[in-house]
Design a protein around this ligand. Structure first.
Ligand SMILES: *Cc1c(COP(=O)(O)O)cnc(C)c1O
Length: 216
């Protein structure tokens, strides 16, 4: 499989004009595919599985910024803590506790986003909007962990109204809880819905299949 350079350029243009960061989601894709994008100057890549991420980290250039975007189990934090750039899906206090511990052990401050459950499907992880105030009261950025913003996944649908209302709901929470932080991150939008997500205020999108082709 080769990457889709046309899509990469087109998406890149759209995002650049709007100041939005592109994370290229390379899960299940080969090291060669990643290198193809790397050679075009791309540095932000996203992975969902810890073991796959570690293997790719080991065999690829060290200036890649690795985003962990999957569901993170506490006992796996230690494998990515030495090098991960941003952990997108923190959805339980217990994971955050482990992240704090591993940050101490590896002597680096780890950056995280809290995942908020915005979709109708109950298979998607995250804190509910109702839980968020209390969670954010109890969870603070610290010497070890930097809570940089929020992440969410919309319902898998082509109905634009549903996408729009889920994304705008997350944007409101983001504005409420990360009001004066200019570099705060709102990670929302994938191949099928990134334009709507950006229109609703996303500043980071996670795109896989439009760049790398569909997954098995
Ligand atoms: C797989 C995945 C993506 C990318 O999905 P595409 O539809 O291929 O763009 C984005 N975010 C998360 C959390 C994912 O698991």
């Amino acid at each position: 499989m080769a990457i889709n350079k046309e899509n990469y350029q087109e998406i890149g243009e759209f995002l650049k004009q709007r100041g939005v960061t592109l994370v290229a989601v390379s899960k299940t894709k080969s090291v060669q595919d990643i290198l193809e994008l790397y050679e075009l100057g791309h540095r932000d890549f996203g992975e969902n599985y810890v073991q796959e991420l570690v293997e790719k980290y080991e065999s690829l250039p060290k200036d890649i910024r690795w985003h962990f975007i999957g569901h993170l189990q506490s006992n796996k934090v230690k494998h990515i803590a030495p090098f991960v750039h941003l952990i997108h899906g923190v959805d339980r206090a217990s994971v955050l506790k482990e992240i704090t511990k591993q940050a101490g052990r590896f002597e680096r401050r780890l950056s995280c986003l809290l995942q908020v459950h915005i979709a109708k499907e109950d298979t998607k992880f995250g804190f509910s909007a109702d839980e968020l105030p209390e969670v954010l009261n109890n969870i603070h950025s610290s010497e070890k962990v930097s809570i940089q913003g929020l992440m969410g996944m919309a319902t898998f649908t082509e109905e634009e109204q549903i996408l729009r209302s889920e994304f705008s709901g997350l944007k409101s929470l983001f504005d409420e809880y990360f009001p004066e932080k200019e570099d705060a991150i709102l990670s929302m939008g994938m191949s099928g819905d990134y334009k709507v997500a950006v229109e609703e205020g996303s500043n980071l999108v996670r795109i896989g299949s439009l760049l790398f082709g569909s997954r098995e």
